[in-house]
Design a protein around this ligand. Structure first.
Ligand SMILES: [Ca+2]
Ligand SMILES: [Ca+2]
Ligand SMILES: [Ca+2]
Ligand SMILES: [Ca+2]
Length: 335
């Protein structure tokens, strides 16, 4: 704690040195070289004097130029962009990532974060070890970040136990708390930006017999996973449904939600031929039939550097996929 306080104090007394570092990504020459302005005027009191603000393109009369909750001087200390409200482009503002420690614990304004609230029916609490394994997959994703480190920081946060009902219907019907959408409405906090919602249940029941064997379900920013007894299987189900909510719809690639492509050619949890214990997304490196799941997720979210690479929609596959489960296919998307 003391070290942090000292650091902040030091950078406050030498704001220009900190600025140089953030701007050029090279070591500051010396702390004193530019830090001794005579009578600097800091009109808005954000820790940067007016002439420095002109250089940076920030507003010298507004402390928080991009209105993200962090003053311009503080942003330079952190390395975030004082003129961009969401420096890492993950849908969570710089200020929220730094200050909303209760709703976004562990968020990093320079690294892509995805938060998932997970509720579970009584007796179906997901194992932390399983959630850790999936988080590790995302952490090593080949996705770049402003902090220079690859990966997506996935936060799978177990929230609360909800009343059990088995099986639970994966379709809307009138009545209180008798289908998965009732649970979503009552227990999710999807109004929080950047959040997905997951519900772990004992058994899912489908109104359409053709999909009754599926163990998970995804719609928009919400997914449901059965909690099967077989070890390892749930990793794959959760990974698969997370893929859907993150943007991997069946119209993106013929191998998603199908058995048309061998697992070796498209080694992804989105492939129905994935062995139960193979929970991973593909990076497109296995040849013509492969698909870069990670890049599709990134471009689906509009992350800088990936937004122009979205694969063309496969209309034929989309319509085939829509055949048995139109609602599912048409609505699964990304934030
Ligand atoms: Ca700001
Ligand atoms: Ca900012
Ligand atoms: Ca952000
Ligand atoms: Ca972030």
């Amino acid at each position: 704690m003391d070290a942090t306080a000292t650091t902040e104090q030091a950078s406050e007394s030498a704001p220009d040195a900190t600025t140089e570092r953030a701007q050029t990504d090279t070591p500051a020459p010396t702390a004193t070289a530019t830090a001794t302005p005579t009578g600097p005027v800091d009109t808005d009191g954000d820790g940067l004097n007016d002439s420095r603000e002109r250089e940076l393109g920030t507003n010298a009369s507004v402390a928080d130029t991009d209105s993200d909750g962090l003053d311009d001087g503080r942003e330079l200390e952190l390395g975030t962009d004082p003129t961009i409200a969401d420096t890492d482009d993950d849908g969570l503002g710089d200020g929220a990532e730094m200050l909303a420690t209760e709703t976004l614990p562990g968020a990093d304004p320079l690294h892509r974060d995805i938060f998932v609230e997970i509720d579970y029916m009584a007796g179906e609490r997901p194992e932390e070890a399983m959630l850790d394994r999936i988080e590790e997959r995302f952490a090593s994703a080949p996705i770049s970040n402003p902090d220079g480190e690859d990966g997506i920081d996935l936060h799978l946060r177990v929230d609360e136990e909800v009343p059990a009902q088995e099986p639970i219907l994966a379709a809307n019907r009138p009545g209180e708390l008798d289908d998965i959408f009732d649970y979503r409405r009552r227990y999710s906090q999807l109004d929080r930006r950047g959040h997905f919602y997951g519900l772990v249940v004992d058994s899912l029941e489908y109104p359409n017999a053709s999909v009754r064997d599926l163990q998970g379900y995804a719609l928009g920013d919400f997914f449901v996973s059965e909690n099967p007894a077989a070890p390892g299987v749930q990793d794959n189900v959760v990974m698969h449904e997370l893929g859907h909510v993150a943007g991997l719809g069946p119209w993106r690639h013929p191998g998603i939600d199908s058995r048309r492509i061998p697992f070796e050619a498209y080694p992804s949890a989105m492939n129905y031929r994935a062995p139960g214990d193979r929970f991973r997304f593909s990076d497109g490196s296995e040849g013509a039939a492969d698909f870069d799941d990670w890049r599709a997720i990134a471009s689906c979210h509009g992350w800088a550097g990936y937004d122009d690479s979205f694969p063309a929609v496969d209309d034929e596959n989309a319509s085939q996929a829509a055949g048995g489960k139109r609602v599912l296919s048409a609505s699964v998307g990304c934030l």
